[in-house]
Design a protein. Structure first.
Length: 327
């Protein structure tokens, strides 16, 4: 639950306690000839009725929020040779997947977050797909500067100073820490998340232990796989999960070690995106990967040529693409 939901629940619980206390006093004063068991039964009955009222109110509120939300935005942030994706819905729900590269001296990710959610704004869920420096980059600053409700990590330890700073920031914050496993599902506002990797036993490979998720917003969905290799992709396919999605974030920045033919066919996306910098030494995206997607007539967008890429998804599954700069 968010802090706001917890505060609301606390207020309702306090109100119930006051009413129960008053009710009990009234019973003792007005019906002191009644046995103790009768009073206890009445209190339990009254408490159960109030719990049902509260649950029904919460369900109606959630359903109303779901029906109000019509649109969501998937921002692939231009953070250089790194990865960071911000998901937002009209009701203010925000999910941040990875936090870019620590070597970005301009700290562009903070500029983007200030623009999209406001300085010190709320992030409902922060996912670090894995602990490479180009994915956890300025995660420590984000945990310090923003109101992060929940953090996901894959449980694979690292000895890097960047990783240690992120762990310290988590420890010094009020965020909830989770290590999700494949087969789990989570609802965050109007976003529905299916965890496809890692399993209960880690592979002890920093890339292949990446948190892989399918994120759905009503009739639009996207696949996010961190730096997981084609080996992981094939294992996920064997598990039999429904991978069909409209959007594919190419694995490992479009590297030839990921985004296999079988993976793309299983997802059958309408659009693909890769996050990479202008440094050609990394050879991202891989020529074979690009050629594979071109042959399948899947449009490709990249942050190093298009800048920040925003996909605006509608409730009916239609979407439009906006780019920060032209090719």
């Amino acid at each position: 639950m968010t802090k706001k939901q917890k505060n609301r629940q606390m207020k309702v619980a306090t109100l119930i306690f006051i009413i129960l206390f008053s009710f009990t006093i009234g019973l003792f004063l007005g019906r002191n000839d009644r046995p103790v068991n009768y009073i206890s039964e009445k209190i339990n009955q009254f408490k159960e009725e109030w719990i049902l009222v509260f649950q029904n109110h919460s369900t109606k509120t959630n359903n109303n929020n779901q029906s109000i939300v019509q649109n969501a935005q998937f921002h692939f942030l231009n953070v250089g040779q790194g990865s960071s994706t911000l998901l937002q819905s009209d009701d203010g729900t925000t999910i941040l997947i990875d936090t870019g590269r620590y070597e970005d001296k301009d700290k562009k990710i903070l500029t983007y977050l200030d623009r999209y959610i406001g300085t010190g704004g709320k992030i409902d869920l922060l996912i670090f797909t894995h602990n490479d420096s180009d994915h956890i980059g300025y995660g420590d600053l984000i945990l310090q500067y923003y109101d992060v409700q929940e953090v996901w990590m894959n449980g694979y330890d690292s000895t890097s100073k960047i990783y240690e700073r992120v762990l310290d920031a988590i420890g010094n914050s009020n965020t909830q820490y989770v290590e999700p496993k494949n087969g789990e599902t989570h609802q965050v506002g109007p976003f529905y998340l299916e965890v496809l990797n890692p399993g209960t036993e880690l592979r002890n490979n920093p890339n292949d232990d990446s948190i892989v998720t399918k994120v759905s917003f009503t009739n639009f969905s996207g696949l996010f796989s961190g730096d997981a290799s084609s080996r992981v992709e094939k294992n996920i396919i064997k598990d039999g999960a429904n991978l069909n999605a409209d959007l594919l974030l190419m694995g490992h920045h479009g590297s030839e070690t990921s985004t296999s033919k079988e993976w793309v066919e299983a997802i059958n996306p309408e659009i693909s995106v890769y996050s990479a910098g202008e440094n050609k030494g990394y050879r991202h995206p891989g020529l074979e990967t690009v050629d594979r997607l071109n042959k399948m007539n899947i449009p490709i967008y990249g942050t190093e040529k298009n800048g920040t890429i925003t996909i605006k998804a509608n409730k009916d599954g239609t979407f439009i693409v906006e780019t920060e700069k032209e090719e």
